[in-house]
Each structure stands twice: as C-alpha cells, then as structure tokens.
Ligand binder design. Structure first.
Ligand code: G4P
Length: 282
C-alpha cells in the first residue's frame, strides 16, 4: 500500500494514534530490517512515551544476518526489546510472546502489587506502510483468536483481539508516515519498494542500487548476472544486464528501462542476496 502523506493525513494519523495509545500498555513497532532507521516514524518516541516498547525487525529473511544482529543490539541498548522475524513465517514468531512479557515486566509487577492478577497486556502494532503490519497481525493472531468486541474509547471500527489469557491486540494497526526531511531515506524506501517509485525514475533508482551493491556487497551482480562490474559505471552495467537478460526493444536496441525494473524486482525479492542498506552508527 502506498500512501501519499499530506499534512492533513499526518495530523489525523497522529490524533488517532494518541487516542489509541492511551488504551494500551505496549507499543509493538514494526520496522523493515533492511532499513531499520529509515522505516521508522520520526515521532514514534514521543508518541509512545511512557509505554513499554518493542521493535520487530521484520523481513529479516531479506536482510543481512550480521547487521540484523547489530541492529538488534542497537535497539536493545536503547531499552527497546527486539525480535527478528519474518511475519509470513509463524515459526519466527514463537519468541514474540515471551518478549512481550519481558517488555511488560514493570507493568505486571505494578499490577501484582496492587492486587491485580492476570489482567491482559494490551498492545497495538504500529509502523509505516508496507513494513508487514497486516501480515504480522494475521500470522500472530491466527485463527484461534476471538474478537472481544468494541470497547469505549477505541477508534470506531477497532476491536480487541484476545490472543490468549495474557495478551490483547488492537486489530487495526497504527499506520504512520516515514521521515521526509532526508532524501536518502526516500531513496532507501524506494529501493525496497515501500514508497512510490515516482520519487526517482527507475533507471536512476536502479543506478543507485548498483552503486550500493558494488560498494557494500561486491560480487553480487557477478553472481546473479554473470557480470564483471569493476571499473564500470552503473549506466554501462545496466546495459550489460539488458544484454544478459535479452531486454531488447523492437528494433533490437537495448531496453534499459526493462533491465532496471528487472534489477529492482530481483533486489526487492531478495534474489541478489540478503542486503541491509544502513548500519548502526552510520
Ligand atoms: P502493511 O500492512 O504494513 O502495509 O504490510 P503488509 O502486511 O501488507 O506487507 C507488505 C508486503 O510485505 C507483502 O508483500 C507481504 O507479503 C510482505 N512481507 C511482510 N512481512 C514479510 C517478511 O517478513 N518477509 C518478506 N520477505 N516479506 C514480507 P506483497 O508482495 O505486497 O503482497 P503479497 O503478494 O505477499 O500478498
């Protein structure tokens, strides 16, 4: 889903989130493990102030395993609990329930001291479009859950999904906007396919993709397309890809636009290998 964010949308999303957040104990923030910072909402820390926090490094199956570990440590150092997941794969979600309990330890202890036992933890899933919120909710809540009906104050249409005795989840994710004030964020989100390609033309985007791969993951293009890329500019490499994949126009001319689209599709689907576009401390 691509949302064009305008100030009106952002104000509305922020207002809805502020209301919903009053009702919950824990914010489960999904980020894309390939761009763990660029896929975060710039206001999330203030929106989630005072709540227990958890980050799910989603699409970790597409991200560099070494950097997944570094990013997990980076979030943990900020006091945020982290689980690496592939929201489509239930096996990777097994850890989530246990980490929810850890993240809410203080609340559970406070409740216990006040004689409140077994009050479920209330949580909501938030994140920018396309990070995998709906996929996660579907996999995590599964069929076993029962909706507990509307409760006062919950945004109209929202319902609580009772996952088990200890956990309730707001059934509608909080959709937030990404950062706009930094062009490199837009570029990275366009590369992973999370925002409109129109922000840059596809050939330019493919060129950036080649630049990043050459610099950070050398050998990738050689492996996928059997291409020597050393000393070559991205435009020439794109032509080589067009040749290697027979992307030709009617008159036999190279169809570089098709080669660009092909490269970006391969990149987004993980066919060029597991790639993370940003590093902690960069
Ligand atoms: P959203 O609600 O946050 O907007 O995201 P959504 O769940 O719709 O997921 C966006 C896309 O990301 C979907 O692909 C989904 O299958 C994919 N996805 C979600 N989690 C993961 C993950 O952990 N790993 C990988 N590799 N992909 C993930 P799509 O192509 O838009 O839809 P579909 O063709 O899969 O249905």
């Amino acid at each position: 889903m691509n949302i064009q964010w305008y100030p009106g949308h952002m104000t509305k999303a922020k207002r809805a989130m502020k209301e919903d957040i009053k009702l919950i104990d824990l914010v489960i923030e999904l980020v894309d493990a390939r761009v763990p910072l660029s896929s975060r909402n710039p206001d999330i820390d203030s929106l989630a102030a005072g709540k227990a926090r958890m980050v799910l490094l989603n699409k970790s199956d597409l991200a560099d395993e070494r950097l997944n570990a570094q990013w997990a440590a980076w979030f943990e150092a900020k006091g945020i609990h982290v689980v690496k997941i592939d929201a489509r794969n239930k096996g990777t979600l097994k850890q989530v329930q246990g980490v929810v309990q850890q993240a809410c330890r203080d609340k559970i202890e406070r409740d216990r001291k006040r004689g409140i036992l077994n009050r479920p933890i209330r949580t909501m899933v938030v994140g920018i479009p396309n990070v995998g919120k709906s996929t996660f909710i579907n996999s995590f809540a599964g069929k076993a859950c029962a909706k507990t009906g509307n409760k006062p104050g919950v945004t109209k249409g929202n319902q609580w999904i009772r996952l088990n005795k200890t956990l309730e989840l707001l059934d509608t994710p909080g959709i937030l906007w990404p950062r706009f004030d930094d062009q490199s964020v837009g570029l990275k989100l366009a590369l992973i396919g999370s925002i409109n390609d129109q922000i840059l033309n596809k050939d330019e985007l493919a060129g950036q993709c080649i630049r990043i791969l050459k610099e950070q993951y050398p050998g990738t293009l050689l492996k996928r397309f059997d291409l020597e890329t050393e000393d070559k500019e991205p435009a020439a490499i794109l032509e080589d890809i067009a040749r290697a994949r027979s992307c030709l126009m009617k008159g036999g001319e190279l169809d570089v636009a098709r080669a660009s689209a092909l490269l970006l599709d391969d990149f987004r689907a993980g066919k060029l290998g597991r790639v993370t576009l940003e590093q902690p401390g960069e």
